[in-house]
Design a protein around this ligand. Structure first.
Ligand SMILES: [Zn+2]
Length: 436
């Protein structure tokens, strides 16, 4: 082990209260993402960023701060160094709502330090990770280590609602070669995750009065004044969903990545709306009248793809499937379903950093040295801000502490793992940035 890492680890052990107290302090400032719950008492992302920015400035980082949405700022800090060995440490400071607070044993924003844990909403997801990044930097500074590569710390908003904080950052700011995203991974090393797009499929029918539906079931002798039956978009959507299920199963069977669970390429129909008349917002205008034969259905899909799949290929494969489905029906041949990718701009590029990438190896080796429980190298089932860095050409790895209750009740981060995370991140910074 290099002397620099030994010195830095000694600083972390000697000052281990710092990361614990900083986590607690950040938890005590509620920063519920206002896209989930609007409440001025709870939507206090700017105050969390005040605390982060103050810490970064004390530690000699040059900082930047800008609003991604009104009063929802990102904060970044940089220590100058070479591009060649540059590294980003990233975390998000927004949290999901508390939910039913009576199900919590403690004040969800109390930040209590008890039973070897820090408690509260955002403790493990992921104010602990943000605190660990800053504590790692502080220890490097206290140990008098000067890095050769540029080190940046990115504290972003809005991860929980699509990652628009990170998306804005990667579009507008200077990046680095590599990044560590300190989301909770229970001490495991996560260099891969699938991609995700939300997709809206709109299926068109022909509006008519339901009273004449008998005409489509029992076609009547054609007499004068016969009223043409409509085409029921809800029934077409039912057929579509059955076909989609088979298509999903074949994608899950045929696509495989060594680090992710089998069958990860799922396509979840999450929202469906059927009714009559196309509304201005792209959804059915009338959804309260069952006497109409529905002519518009929208189905919103959560469309996942594998870490090593290309989004353009994914799109054309699905468009082919929908085209073939439509070709089986004379009406749909003339009136094909419409596909809208990246609904609400939601798109997470896949992350596929190799397992033998220097950053993956550095974190895995340091975690093996530090942790009571050796790390696994594995893929992530959901998505993180790492996606947006990967999409911008950065090589990210997700690594962070263990805890419980994230997005649930009684959230907490385990203090031992928080200190281990701080040490592993600090060592990975030195491995990757080098010293001068
Ligand atoms: Zn998170």
């Amino acid at each position: 082990m290099s002397d620099a890492i030994k010195d830095v680890w000694e600083k972390i052990d000697a000052g281990s209260d710092f990361v614990v107290e900083l986590t607690s302090e950040l938890v005590k400032i509620p920063s519920v993402n206002p896209k989930f719950q609007v409440d001025a008492e709870l939507n206090r992302e700017p105050e969390v960023q005040d605390r982060v920015q103050k810490q970064l400035e004390e530690d000699g980082f040059s900082t930047e701060r800008w609003d991604v949405f009104p009063d929802r700022p990102n904060v970044t800090g940089e220590w100058e160094g070479t591009d060649e060995k540059s590294l980003i440490l990233c975390g998000h400071i927004d949290v999901v709502p508390v939910g039913d607070s009576s199900a919590w044993a403690r004040d969800p924003f109390g930040g209590q330090i008890e039973e070897g844990r820090v408690w509260g909403r955002g403790a493990v997801d992921m104010k602990a990770g943000v605190a660990a990044c800053m504590a790692a930097a502080l220890a490097i500074r206290q140990a008098g280590v000067t890095l050769e590569g540029r080190l940046a710390i990115h504290s972003v908003v809005d991860e929980e609602a699509g990652g628009f904080g990170a998306m804005d950052l990667v579009k507008n700011k200077r990046l680095a070669r590599r990044a560590i995203i300190a989301e909770p991974t229970w001490g495991n090393v996560v260099p891969a995750e699938g991609g995700l797009s939300w997709v809206r499929v709109t299926i068109f029918g022909k509006q008519a009065h339901a009273g004449w539906r008998f005409n489509s079931l029992w076609p009547q002798p054609h007499t004068e004044g016969r009223i043409e039956p409509g085409v029921n978009a809800i029934e077409l959507a039912n057929r579509f969903l059955n076909a989609l299920r088979d298509f999903e199963a074949s994608r899950c069977r045929d696509n495989w990545h060594p680090l992710t669970p089998a069958g990860l390429a799922t396509i979840n129909p999450g929202v469906i709306r059927g009714g009559a008349g196309m509304g201005e917002d792209g959804n059915p205008a009338i959804m309260t009248n069952a006497a109409m034969i529905s002519d518009v259905v929208t189905i919103d899909l959560d469309y996942k793809f594998m870490p090593d799949e290309n989004f353009e290929d994914v799109k054309s494969e699905f468009e082919d499937f929908v085209g073939h489905f439509a070709a089986t029906d004379p009406w749909m041949r003339e009136n094909p379903p419409k596909i809208l990718w990246d609904l609400f701009d939601l798109n997470f590029p896949p992350m596929n950093t190799p397992i033998d990438h220097p950053l993956t190896l550095s974190i895995a080796n340091r975690a093996t040295e530090v942790q009571a429980k050796p790390p696994e190298i594995k893929g992530f089932e959901a998505v993180t801000d790492a996606a947006h860095y990967a999409g911008a050409g950065v090589d990210p790895v997700v690594y962070g502490p263990s805890g419980d209750g994230f997005h649930g009740n009684n959230e907490c981060v385990d203090i031992n793992s928080l200190i281990e995370t701080t040490k592993v991140i600090a060592a990975a910074v030195i491995d990757n940035c080098g010293t001068r």
